[in-house]
Design a protein around this ligand. Structure first.
Ligand SMILES: [Zn+2]
Length: 502
């Protein structure tokens, strides 16, 4: 307790001293007795404060003007021309510092430089494929984006860089110069490559307190990642691969390549210390690529067993040697921001038919057919339009498949099992869930309608038709979204890349 005595006395003394000082402070006792000379600053006819020196203000403004010139590499900075400084004799002693008065001017009427306002109008653009969970109000708001550039070339350069995130420089140049090689047998050509927005420019005096893009690189980053600024730099470590870097940053390899166009292709080799841009892509506009592609797809042969009672168990003979078939498929594929959003098979032609292998086995046909293999859930040929894994910062728990036959073509049970769910959901659309042995589940989303083939509780065999390919729920274009889970989906189960099962 005794220890506190002296500090209290100390505080009391300090208080008394400050009281005495206050009493002798002329400002407090008599509010301005002598008039002072000062300069009153007017902005647009309105007084904004007093300063001590007119020349100091103009020197300060010149200095700031030079800073802005240096920052933006421009020759002219436009200062508000309605600043007036008038000598004044006043009793008001609230003289402001030059820096403060400058800040007031800058806040009310910022300095400007000549540049361009770019208006990106997406009113007629197709919405992004993944924007299904964006509210209508957000969509309305994001339809028109305005940004400032120093020069229109910065915008053109950045827009080209964005396009080059989706195609190679060679593809871009050949498309642009109309020098693509025609398709002989197989190959692909770009039919259309464009930014899905209407862009206009207007020259303007742009306030320097607004964001003004001065380099293509800065603007490209904004055009790819949007306002969220959710991006960072990743430094490559020993042993990193494109896959591991993507996975660690909730991206897929494709997105990583889009964010780092300098990488080129998925075969790019990383080196330790290399800097990569990572983050969730949120492009300001959509880049659309439409390609015409002809390719040969291999149709793998299946193995059929014939059981011969007259032979001993264990007897086995290949009756027909199996051989893979080749089907030439012609496709029109439309991708938005690097993801397939629409496709059609315009032609399929059998180049070599598939021959299934036939094996004769001794003994009777077993009662239980081995269920080790997984059957393909849709028509063949097909195209994977979106892989399993991360995309747009969210986990895609299935694989999107576009089968020949497209909308209305059959969906097959991938394994024998029991139907556990048949539902409609705003996002999943019409779907069927099947439980298989060993705790596996499969799910088939975006069906054309609620299944008219099976009901909950039905047992199904592998290859049985359980629905038709559709476009229900949050889906852009007909496709089958197919999932394989170990354990009940979203209830402790773990989803796996279905392609690993085949
Ligand atoms: Zn999907």
């Amino acid at each position: 307790m005794n220890n506190n005595k002296y500090p209290i006395v100390g505080i009391l003394i300090a208080f008394v001293i400050s009281l005495v000082l206050t009493m002798f402070n002329p400002d407090v006792l008599s509010k301005s007795k002598t008039p002072v000379e000062a300069y009153r600053v007017y902005l647009k006819g309105e007084s904004i404060g007093l300063i001590n020196s007119e020349t100091e203000l103009y020197a300060y403004i010149n200095e700031k003007q030079q800073d802005i010139k240096d920052k933006y590499h421009v020759d002219n900075v436009y200062v508000p021309n309605d600043i007036n400084v008038v000598k004044d004799v006043t009793y008001d002693e609230n003289v402001m510092s030059i820096a403060d008065i400058y800040n007031v001017i800058n806040r009310k009427t910022p300095f400007t430089i000549k540049g361009y306002v770019v208006t990106i109008d997406k009113t007629n653009a197709e919405e992004y494929i993944n924007d299904t969970d964006v509210t209508e109000t957000d969509k309305e708001k994001s339809k028109i984006v305005k940004l400032n550039v120093l020069d229109t070339n910065i915008y053109y350069g950045a827009a080209k860089k964005v396009l080059l995130s989706f195609v190679t420089e060679e593809e871009y140049n050949n498309y642009d110069n109309d020098t693509q090689s025609p398709i002989v047998d197989t190959g692909e050509i770009i039919e259309n490559l464009y930014i899905d927005a209407y862009t206009t420019f207007k020259d303007a005096y742009i306030p320097v307190n607004e964001k003004i893009y001065t380099t293509e690189e800065d603007l490209t980053e904004y055009l790819l990642f949007g306002d969220n600024g959710d991006m960072s730099t990743y430094v490559v470590k020993d042993g990193d691969t494109l896959e591991s870097v993507a996975e660690a940053n909730k991206m897929n390899v494709n997105e990583l390549l889009i964010a780092n166009s300098s990488l080129g292709s998925a075969n790019a080799l990383l080196y330790t210390g290399q800097k990569l841009t990572v983050g969730v892509l949120d492009p300001v506009f959509s880049t659309v690529e439409e390609i015409h592609k002809v390719e040969d797809q291999t149709i793998a042969y299946k193995t059929e067993y014939i059981y011969d009672n007259s032979q001993m168990v264990g007897y086995q003979k290949v009756q027909t040697k199996g051989s893979n078939g080749v089907t030439r498929v012609t496709q029109k594929i439309k991708s938005i921001n690097g993801e397939i959003s629409q496709m059609v098979f315009t032609n399929t032609e059998v180049i070599r038919p598939v021959t299934n292998e036939v094996i004769v086995k001794g003994g009777k046909k077993p009662v239980i057919v081995s269920a080790g293999n997984w059957g393909w859930p849709c028509n063949i040929p097909y195209r994977v339009t979106s892989p399993w894994g991360w995309r747009w910062g969210r986990m895609h728990n299935g694989v999107d498949l576009y089968p020949s036959g497209g909308y209305g073509s059959p969906i097959y049970a991938a394994k024998p099992g029991v139907v556990t769910e048949i539902k409609y959901d705003a996002s999943l659309g019409n779907y069927v869930e099947i439980k298989h042995e060993n705790g596996y589940y499969t799910r088939y989303l975006h069906m054309a309608s609620l299944s008219r083939y099976v009901k909950v509780g039905d047992s199904v065999v592998m290859g049985q038709t359980i629905g038709d390919v559709g476009n229900s729920g949050a889906s852009q274009g007909a496709h089958l979204h197919f999932e394989i889970w170990d354990g009940k989906p979203y209830k402790g189960g773990q989803s796996y890349n279905p392609l690993l099962f085949y």
